[in-house]
Design a protein around this ligand. Structure first.
Ligand SMILES: Cc1cc2nc3c(=O)[nH]c(=O)nc-3n(C[C@H](O)[C@H](O)[C@H](O)COP(=O)(O)OP(=O)(O)OC[C@H]3O[C@@H](n4cnc5c(N)ncnc54)[C@H](O)[C@@H]3O)c2cc1C
Length: 410
């Protein structure tokens, strides 16, 4: 009897979505040939330490491999490094890399991630200006920080603030320029944002909100930034943390549907039944329409589902999103979908620098945000996942452990 040919599964992108797609594809169909193509020169590494321990010199990117010790090979996944995919030929089911190599696929997973949003006044490649996305970026910035006395961070989002906290730990005079009226407006409520800003100020970081950069002037060993209100800031090094955009050009050039991300269905499938996509690069169906998320756990979880489906499974991707950030001794977390409609906002008073805040909609917990409240956030995730009815008064009551609300509903 003729032996069935094994399935060729190709994954493009060596971030968490791509690595977990490849690992789970191989686990689901051990007979499949699984190939992971990454344009980077190294074994895939975790990005969260890049703005934290890597900048302060406590860790190197290779200390935290996404696939664990032994890398992709340990999972029987073939990793091709420096393999930038330039073309997807959907008719022949082949991808082509920049060196002209052709790789046939039966199913393909695109996990091309995000690209930094470039500020025209501070373009990529400008001397003394750093963007932070890859391990190469982190190594370059860590090295620049060694001789830096004055750092300006443009952007008061999570990455910018983590870089500021790391620089302040290194004793560098650090200023954060944020265009919005407050930092972390996309992530937390005003009160929590103010608490985080106060923590930065206690560590000597100068946070300026409502600040528009009007002019950028290289001046010998530094750069002078002028603001619309007439202030000037001299910097030896500038970090730009003004967000990311989906890296969906490869998919678009292959004729796949894209619109601020690669459009996929709940099975992570694109408009081409043989092509799946996952992670930062995609927009996928959520309870309130198509969304794009930019966080580690989502990329990893969605990549795993895309990989299993590329190997023959038919699993829907449903998620309760979450993120975390570490700044000084603050472990900041969010879980759930920030409510689209007016919701009841509740805070639970907690001692010290701990914070717990909730948004309740239609009698259920929609979103929880906390600082140094890991146990409560884990319980909040379960309350949201199980769509458990909760009273705002119980959430606000520090005497009621959140886990007891789970039990109360069983
Ligand atoms: C400095 C930093 C710190 C972060 N910290 C946190 C945190 O604390 N908590 C949190 O929840 N999230 C954090 N994030 C966000 C999180 O890392 C991302 O959401 C996650 O990495 C997205 O995973 P991904 O696999 O979709 O894409 P990516 O991680 O961007 O990986 C995409 C990969 O594909 C490669 N690629 C792209 N195009 C091609 C191509 N054509 N051919 C071959 N390869 C290609 C890219 O080079 C890259 O290696 C952080 C991000 C950064 C940059």
């Amino acid at each position: 009897m003729a032996q069935a040919l094994s399935r060729n599964i190709v994954v493009v992108g060596g971030g968490p979505a791509g690595v977990f797609a490849a690992i789970e594809a191989k686990r689901t169909d051990p007979t499949a040939e699984v190939l992971l193509l990454s344009d980077e020169a190294c074994e895939p590494y975790e990005k969260p330490p890049l703005s934290k321990a890597v900048l302060t010199g406590k860790a190197l990117p290779e200390h935290a491999l996404i696939a664990g010790p032994g890398g992709a090979a340990k999972h029987d996944v073939v990793l091709e490094r420096t393999a930038l995919v330039t073309t997807i030929d959907r008719a022949s089911r082949t991808v082509v890399t920049v060196g002209g190599r052709h790789y046939p696929y039966d199913t393909l997973v695109l996990a091309t991630g995000s690209l930094v949003r470039e500020l025209p006044q501070l373009p990529l490649g400008m001397p003394r200006v750093h963007y932070l996305r890859t391990e190469a970026d982190a190594r370059a910035l860590a090295s620049a920080l060694r001789g830096c006395r004055r750092l300006v961070v443009v952007g008061g989002g999570l990455i910018g603030l983590e870089a500021a906290a790391s620089a302040s730990e290194l004793g560098i005079a650090t200023t954060v320029l944020e265009v919005a009226p407050r930092i972390l407006a996309r992530v937390c409520d005003q009160e929590t944002g103010a608490l985080i800003a106060a923590c930065h100020r206690r560590h000597g970081v100068d946070i300026r909100t409502g600040t528009v950069i009007a002019d950028v002037e290289p001046a010998g060993d530094s750069i002078i930034l002028s603001t619309a209100s007439g202030e000037t800031f001299a910097a030896d090094v500038i970090v730009v943390g003004t967000g990311v955009k989906p890296n969906d050009a490869l998919a678009a050039s292959a004729g796949l549907a894209t619109d601020n991300g690669i459009i996929v269905d709940e099975h992570c499938r694109t408009v081409d039944a043989a092509i799946f996509a996952a992670g930062d690069a995609v927009r996928f169906p959520a309870p309130h329409g198509l969304v794009r998320l930019e966080n580690w756990r989502h990329a990893l979880d969605q990549g795993a589902v895309a990989g299993r489906n590329a190997a023959g499974a038919s699993e829907p991707y449903r998620t309760v999103p979450s993120f975390w950030s570490e700044q000084y001794d603050l472990y900041i977390q969010g879980v759930g979908w920030p409510p689209q409609r007016p919701a009841q906002h509740v805070r639970r008073p907690l001692p010290g620098n701990s914070v717990l805040a909730f948004d309740v909609a239609e009698g259920m917990l929609a979103y929880a945000m906390g600082i140094n409240a890991q146990r409560e956030l884990a319980a909040a995730r379960r309350l949201i996942e199980r769509r458990i009815k909760v009273e705002a008064a119980a959430l606000a009551d520090p005497a009621r452990p959140l886990a007891s609300l789970l039990k109360a509903s069983v």
